[in-house]
Design a protein. Structure first.
Length: 112
């Protein structure tokens, strides 16, 4: 199995396809997640309050952490809290997939 993967990664066409899929793995799920989140968060009054807060506050890390803390405390309702937990799980799985996919490229691609 190891030798087969090394042979595949030595092929330039396979590398191009693999790296294209890797870029799609990096970008595609985040685009989908963003669209899903923004489409569904405004379904409740708490979610609409959260969207309003996000529009009027800076998008820096401190503001994001404050919003996440408020969501976790239930300030924006159970729907927003459940959605945030889904986002956490999705991102965790996404990071694991990126690590495996990228790690395989690093390990099996021949050095220059």
């Amino acid at each position: 199995m190891h030798d087969m993967l090394v042979t595949w990664f030595a092929d330039g066409t396979f590398q191009a396809v693999y790296l294209t899929l890797f870029v799609l793995l990096l970008v595609g799920p985040m685009i989908w997640l963003s669209r899903w989140y923004h489409r569904n968060i405004g379904q409740t009054s708490g979610g609409r309050r959260l969207k309003q807060w996000q529009r009027h506050n800076q998008a820096d890390s401190a503001g994001g952490l404050a919003a996440a803390r408020d969501i976790e405390r239930g300030h924006y309702g159970d729907h927003a809290k459940r959605m945030q937990h889904r986002v956490y799980r999705f991102v965790c799985y996404w990071v694991m997939a990126v690590a495996v996919f990228g790690g395989m490229a690093i390990y099996f691609m021949p050095s220059a």
